[in-house]
Write a protein that binds this ligand. Sequence first.
Ligand code: COS
Length: 384
Amino acid sequence: MDFLLNDVQRMLQDSIRKFVEREIAPHAMEWEENMEFPMDVMKKLGNSGFLGIPYPEKYNGQGLGYQEYIIVLEEIAKASAALAIALAVNGLPQLILDKFGNEKQKMEYLPRLSSGELTGGFSLTEPDYGSDAKSIKTMAEKKGDYYIINGTKRFSSQGGVADVYVVFARTQNTGSSHDISAFLVTKDIKGVSFGRHEKKMGLNATPTREIYFDNVRVPAENLIGEEGIGFKIAMIALDSGRVTIAATAVGIAESAKNYALEYAITRKQFSRPIVEFEGVSFPLADMETKINAARLLTQRAAFLRDNNLPHSKEAAMAKVFATDTAMEVTTNAVQILGGNGYMRDYPVERYMREAKVMQIVEGTNQIQRLVISRLMVREISRQI
Ligand code: COS
């Protein structure tokens, strides 16, 4: 295994760093304060090729993999976790179409999702069903050449901003996960409406809203794959999504650590830089160690994914470890800055608020541990 970035990856890292420095870092705080989704920057990311990294060139992608995609996500997350999440969410319909869409669906949506002309969303969670995704209640009833969708989705990232959503709904009602199907639903179809912008602890530069489906007539050709494979599609998409969240968490943690380190070198107490006190330097050492471990786990999950090898457990481990690390690192960064850390004039309290939701999105960390332990049992059972 090569622990160094190759030439392509290094060039990609350089170019996204320049993009972030120019287009994202100077404005990220303002977007958060104003609860403003930077659609123009999202489109510029698309124009520069950053939205299509792991998708085939035939569909306007870069023909690279998740090992490259996570480099871009980490760099964006260092400046704006909200924008990194926007990319990750946009990526869910992209990867679903790439893996399960038919040629017509791919041609219609993939190039435009990669160029930034369209923005994508993912609608699984409902008011009463989050972790227990198998039990969702949204129904899709077949009527001739249409499915009629009724139900409510919750916590939809980029709700209202996204143009096209992969929506999960039951086409049968037997209680099995095989009842669930996946549909492409555009926001302009009659009967689709959105709730208020949720008031969140962080990530305010990307809206989170409910989506209501009231007798929405979706053409039958918008079914993805076939009826009954929707839950599997969701789980496979989330396996990849968890790698993107891990990369985002690494980016947040890296920024918090860097800020705390610089602060500790320049801030003096008792006539010495506070970095000379073990109470400060040892937490910084732990931050560096854990961030590196989190990045390696994320790279390994991405490597397995890119090579079509099983990666559900590795993606869950990367997500758990990277997001728990981000929470610990950002909390300790606030502590190192002391009273200043608690002030909004400094960025570390924002990093801490952003880290918190990473332990929740794309499956809570309790669900990740469930996934990991179940797969451990399955692996050992095969050997005995
Ligand atoms: N890849 C492919 N298929 C998978 C899969 C995966 N990673 N995980 C589960 N499946 C399949 C199973 O093989 C099973 O198929 P069969 O019925 O054909 O055997 C089916 O899906 C049901 O799986 P399972 O019985 O394990 O479902 P559970 O309800 O017990 O648990 C969890 C599934 C809890 C892991 C799942 O619901 C989950 O990830 N929940 C969190 C949801 C989430 O992340 N929400 C955030 C969404 S962002 S809007």
